[in-house]
Write a protein that binds this ligand. Structure first.
Ligand SMILES: C[S@@+](CC[C@H](N)C(=O)[O-])C[C@H]1O[C@@H](n2cnc3c(N)ncnc32)[C@H](O)[C@@H]1O
Length: 271
């Protein structure tokens, strides 16, 4: 998204959701008018590369039984990802379903979710029931976001493809892209603490967000955008939130290949 004017203010959650509710549920909307550029492809390929770097075994998950690699005594649980602030399912369909068996896609704007549901029969592995997606209507500040029951929850608008097993909890990956600016720093830290608690062993939180420059002395800076009621955080601001949430940063990469007039985008991997 292009940079806009700076002012020190706190995001208003309701105003942020209202901003998106007023827009058509399209790729151009969630990408700020950049759907026809190279950005969607470059973005998706970098995200897949990042996931492979973190989980090299994912393309064969659960691990097939090689003669030198006997079957585990206990069955390996199938991989699960959660995407929050997921819009029309751009990342779920182009990235996460290429890696994970089950994806829970969480988004507060119903028209975005309905568009995703309508398009999901063409998503990878859905028609063949090799993969499964649940579409959950909820905001980031929903404290029960990370413990959605498998059935009977009114927030689950639809479930397509393979049904997730009832007995499996926790996520291998929690993907947050271009949506955490809707949270104040206090809400962001609470969100990250809850996300951390819902990770499986070796699971990771992936954050892909715009980043502005720090203050001249290197301290944290936040740039408020009144249009969508978000803040863009500087590197130091992100680090401060990660430390407050008790998270360990295990990877920090710059997204390359986006247009020079956009904010820098960084990919953080945390545990
Ligand atoms: C720029 S779009 C990005 C969508 C998606 N992450 C992507 O990369 O394609 C921002 C998304 O954040 C969602 N959003 C806004 N406020 C939110 C909130 N409080 N909780 C969860 N999502 C929110 C919007 O509805 C919208 O889908």
């Amino acid at each position: 998204m292009p940079p806009t004017s700076a002012k020190s203010e706190t995001p208003d959650l309701a105003a942020g959701i209202a901003y998106w509710e007023a827009l058509p549920p399209t790729l151009d909307t969630v990408l700020g008018g950049l759907a026809a550029s190279s950005l969607p492809l470059v973005d998706a390929l970098s995200s897949r590369q990042l996931l492979f770097a973190e989980f090299p075994e994912l393309h064969t998950f659960p691990t097939p039984h090689h003669p030198f690699n006997p079957p585990p005594v206990l069955p390996t649980p199938e991989s699960r990802a959660l995407e929050v602030g997921a819009g029309i399912g751009r990342v779920t369909s182009n990235v996460l379903l290429y890696m994970f068996t089950y994806v829970d896609m969480v988004e507060p704007v119903e028209s975005f979710l309905r568009t995703a549901i309508a398009e999901s029969s063409s998503w990878k592995g859905i028609k063949e029931e090799r993969k499964g997606v649940r579409f959950i209507k909820a905001p980031l500040q929903d404290t029960t976001l990370f413990s959605v029951p498998s059935s009977g929850d009114a927030r689950v608008l639809a479930s397509v493809g393979k049904n997730p097993p009832e007995d499996q909890i926790g996520y291998d990956a929690i993907w947050c892209q271009w949506c955490l600016g809707h949270l104040s720093t206090k809400d962001l830290v609470t969100f990250l603490q809850q996300a951390k608690r819902s990770l499986r062993t070796m699971g990771c939180i992936f954050i892909k967000e715009n980043v502005c420059a720090n203050e001249e002395d290197g301290s944290a800076r936040e740039v408020y955008d009144a249009q969508d009621s978000t803040v863009t955080r500087s590197g130091s601001s992100w680090m401060r939130a990660f430390v407050s949430a008790g998270l360990m940063l295990i990877r920090d990469e710059e997204q390359l290949g986006f247009a020079a007039d956009l904010y820098d985008v960084r990919m953080y991997v945390l545990q």
